[in-house]
Write a protein that binds this ligand. Structure first.
Ligand SMILES: *Cc1c(COP(=O)(O)O)cnc(C)c1O
Length: 362
């Protein structure tokens, strides 16, 4: 054993040895409001259609490395102009990795804002790439003078902006993002994981900027289990990334099921509408609780600041409700919690457990 641990510590890169593995808490039997999943299944009739497609699937064969019908559906949905294309990933996490690998020359920088989606920094670390995180302003908007100064100083080859942002929930000003794209010497990727719950999109602006790509995922729209993300933008960019993509990164079943679900995109969007309505109700109810600050959200979750985040998180857990404790993850998230908007029943159970917990703590 000890010789293995010696070998491990000799051979594995020190920055990897120093990492903690991405932690996924146990959630069996709990009201699961920690991971921005859509709480709804699609209607039974559609699930039966999916079952029929799956039962005929050629799982003995490798998947189609270039599933044109699925890509065409996505292109139509997004009304992509000619010259624009679609790159599929095993979740958008894989696309972040492909992008970073493609531009990671010695000394190049990946830049994002903080607090934001943690995978940007993690993947830079995995690849031994320099990472710069520019703090957001106090109200979680983009600190434009800091951003423009960092762009000037670090000349990042790759910038990620989550729009809306996770875990803060707000959508940055589109004018600010445009200014960043115009100032950036490298590629800017607008990560629209929460597009279904938000208003704006940069897809219509793709043709205006040679250094812009838009990334989306179906994870927050009811397909987290499928692992399917995609990048859209000029073929000239995507053709290079295609070379780096592992040949069979999206399996037979995700391809088939996603295609079927996209034929019923309206069903998923209707679920997103319901979630948006329930988001306003949840926001109202939480805002009425003394000592709770709720941040406005354009996503399917709410960020809260409370007096004692850890105790409230634990109290909820004891009552069978799992949310995300952000306290300790970033200085600007002190005493912050993040809760995914669930079904009305799940939201009720969350509020009940929340009220019980703060009463007990008082
Ligand atoms: C959840 C999330 C993703 C991850 O998406 P997957 O497709 O599930 O890998 C990407 N970006 C942001 C900002 C997210 O919150």
């Amino acid at each position: 054993m000890s010789s293995i641990s010696t070998l491990v510590s000799q051979l594995v890169r020190p920055e990897i040895l120093a990492l903690n593995a991405y932690h996924v808490p146990v959630s069996a039997g709990m009201v699961k409001l920690d991971a921005m999943e859509n709480p709804y299944l699609v209607p039974l009739s559609l699930r039966e259609e999916i079952a029929a497609v799956v039962s005929g699937a050629a799982i003995n064969r490798y998947p189609d490395p270039n599933p044109l019908a699925l890509k065409r559906k996505i292109a139509e949905l997004l009304q992509l102009k000619s010259g624009m294309s679609v790159l599929l990933g095993n979740g958008s996490d894989e696309l972040i990795q492909l992008l970073a690998m493609a531009v990671n020359k010695p000394g190049t920088t990946l830049l994002s804002v903080e607090p934001s989606f943690v995978m940007y920094k993690m993947i830079a670390t995995f690849l031994g790439m320099r990472y710069v995180g520019v703090p957001l302003a106090q109200d979680f908007s983009l600190d434009m003078s800091a951003m423009l100064a960092a762009i000037e100083r670090d000349k990042p080859a790759l910038i990620f902006l989550a729009y809306p942002n996770n875990p803060t929930g707000n959508a940055f000003s589109a004018a600010d993002i445009k200014q960043i794209i115009a100032a950036a010497p490298g590629l800017v990727v607008v990560d629209e994981a929460y597009y279904a719950f938000a208003e704006g999109s940069f897809v219509p602006h793709l043709a205006e900027y040679p250094n812009l790509l838009v990334m989306r995922t179906f994870s927050k729209l009811g397909m987290a289990g499928l692992r399917l993300g995609f990048l859209v933008g000029s073929e000239l960019w995507l053709n290079e990334l295609e070379k780096l993509r592992l040949p069979y990164n999206v399996g037979v079943l995700p391809q088939l099921v996603a295609e079927k679900l996209l034929d019923h995109h309206d069903v998923l969007l209707a679920q997103a509408e319901q979630i948006k309505q329930d988001r306003s109700l949840l926001l109202q109810e939480l805002s009425a609780i003394k000592g709770v600050k709720v941040y406005p959200s354009s996503a399917n979750f709410l960020l809260l600041r409370v007096a004692r985040a850890k105790e409230i998180f634990e109290g909820l857990k004891q009552r069978g409700v799992l949310i995300k404790n952000l306290h300790g993850s970033h200085p600007m998230l002190q005493d912050c919690l993040r809760v995914t908007v669930g079904t009305p029943e799940e939201n009720r159970r969350f509020l009940e457990a929340f009220n019980e917990t703060i009463t007990q703590l008082a």
